[in-house]
Design a protein around this ligand. Structure first.
Ligand code: 4AD
Length: 502
């Protein structure tokens, strides 16, 4: 049989009034006796296909009526503009061919638990939510590459098997490399520094591995990081590069993925405010904010907000749980789905109510010298509607390669960028120590073997210059932009400390 010429759903606008064939999967279907409403997805969008009894073979009509969710099929028909329909077009079907019948697809329109969906990730990738996140991630990655390629940076592919430690031994994954221990890359930065001395402006972009013994929503054991590195750069200029870069990513997603952001319920208004300049605070200023009255009041207001939200959710749940006569099946399913979602939201708001006093206390007790915890970052980023740079951390809490401030010996020339809306850190970066003796002292103080670091130290011996860079985590950035709570949703096959599902 001759293969049909397929038209993409995303291209239907160019075919109104004409006949096309779509090749896809049955997303959902319903019947009102003589008419079938089949929503088909094809990877580029959704389209409601209307099948009227009598317009196609009776036997095929019956098969389509009982066709299981995610069965694959090709449908031919005339394209109609229909604003009320999903995607804005409809297909008046004249012919159809079932390619593969799916029976009892495990992911039904009702809500499922997180574990169940992770175990079925190979199928869950077809859901609208995962599809939209994947589209946004694609744009984020595309705009990252574009940004550096268009701004004079050279791509350097740094190794995944590495010999020296970049970000602390606690999070190293050791591998047996033909009988000798090596590590999986925690960062490409140290190698990138040597390339920056050759090309001036470089970046690397690849998977990064951290044996993070933390099960938070912000940690994966395998994530993607882009790291630029620049010779002859100072901290102020590095911050300007980071904010320009983040604005370029957000702008690109707003331009290309508005429908996906809307579908995901992302805060588009907030994203539109992501414009230069971002807020700049030193670590010491952050300590003053956390321990001051403004933060105490902010936390109290937030608690009141959570209480009000809990009240609203509980009332809606009561309403939905009341027995309701005469509801159509689709309405019952819609209500059941809303109920499951509300129960999830209630669980979260209850957790927020429990955590708020603990986080408020942690902030009030914060003392200069400690690293900022996740809850401290959340408070600072929630208190501002733009991303916040936090600079000049105490040197004890930061990596050995960071240059200390020559005017204030106890802090380093570094920054973290906290995304807005309470999301927390998406970038970490610094100016690197460029003095041979100071760096050697730091390598020794860390207890590392200087022989292993000789090539890294060499960079400070042969034409050393001030230089610096940063790393942006892709999954955290996608989660922040899409409003996803957990970064595991922002990579197709997530790897976490406790579970690797498939
Ligand atoms: O702050 P980090 O550890 O910085 C570095 O690795 C530097 N070497 C970068 C550089 O200067 N070239 O990590 C940078 C970013 C974080 O801000 C975060 O977005 C992401 O990488 N990240 C993680 N993302 C997901 N899961 C984890 N376990 C992550 N650890 C860091």
């Amino acid at each position: 049989m001759k293969k049909e010429v397929l038209t993409c759903i995303s291209q239907l606008g160019g075919h109104v009034g004409g006949e096309v064939t779509l090749g896809g999967w049955l997303y959902r279907g319903r019947s009102s006796g003589k008419v079938l409403f089949l929503v088909v997805r094809d990877g580029t969008g959704l389209c409601q296909c209307i099948v009227e009894k009598g317009k196609i073979d009776d036997e095929l009509f019956e098969q389509l009526k009982h066709l299981g969710q995610e069965s694959s099929l090709c449908v031919t028909g005339t394209v109609r503009k229909e604003d009320r329909s999903v995607g804005g077009f409809e297909l008046a079907v004249s012919a159809a061919r079932i390619v593969n019948e799916a029976v009892d697809y495990p992911i039904t329109p009702k809500s499922h638990g997180v574990d169940f969906l992770l175990k079925h990730r190979h199928l869950h990738l077809r859901s609208q939510q995962q599809w939209c996140i994947g589209k946004v991630r694609h744009t984020v990655i595309d705009s990252i590459r574009r940004y550096y390629n268009d701004n004079g940076f050279t791509l350097i592919d740094t190794p995944i098997f590495t010999t020296i430690v970049g970000e602390g031994e606690q999070t190293l994954f050791e591998v047996d490399y033909f009988g000798s221990p090596l590590h999986l890359a925690q960062t490409g930065q140290l190698y990138l520094e040597s390339a920056a001395m050759s090309y001036g402006k470089v970046y690397c972009f690849g998977p990064t591995f951290r044996a993070e013994k933390s099960k938070t929503r912000r940690h994966l054991t395998e994530f993607w990081m882009v790291e630029p590195e620049v010779a002859y750069i100072e901290l102020g200029e590095l911050l300007e590069l980071a904010e320009d870069f983040v604005c370029a990513i957000v702008e690109s997603v707003l331009e290309k993925n508005r429908p996906e952001l809307e579908e995901l319920g992302a805060d588009i208004e907030l994203l539109e405010k992501i414009k230069k300049p971002f807020i700049r605070l030193t670590y010491s200023e952050v300590v003053d904010i956390l321990t001051g009255e403004k933060a105490t009041k902010f936390m109290a207001d937030q608690l009141a907000g959570f209480e009000a939200e809990k009240f609203t959710i509980e009332n809606r749940i009561i309403e939905l749980e009341k027995p309701q006569q005469g509801l159509k099946k689709w309405q019952q399913e819609k209500n059941a789905k809303e109920l499951v979602e509300l129960q999830g939201a209630l669980g979260e708001v209850v957790r927020n109510i429990e955590n708020n006093p603990k986080h408020a206390q942690l902030a009030a007790d914060f003392r200069w010298g400690k690293d900022l915890g996740g809850s401290d970052e959340t408070i600072i980023s929630l208190m501002h509607d733009k991303p916040v740079f936090v600079t000049h951390y105490p040197k004890e809490v930061k990596a050995f390669y960071m240059k200390h401030d020559r005017q204030k010996e106890d802090v380093v020339l570094n920054f973290d960028l906290l995304a807005s809306a309470g999301f927390g850190e998406i970038i970490g970066g610094s100016i690197r120590e460029d003095d041979y003796d100071i760096l050697l002292g730091k390598v020794n103080a860390m207890g590392y073997n200087p022989a292993d670091y000789q090539w890294y130290l060499d960079l400070r011996k042969y034409g050393s210059v001030p230089h610096g860079g940063f790393g942006l985590g892709v999954e955290r950035t996608v989660a922040w932009i899409t409003g996803e709570k957990h970064i595991r949703q922002c990579i197709a096959f997530p790897r976490m400390m406790d579970k690797v599902h498939i």
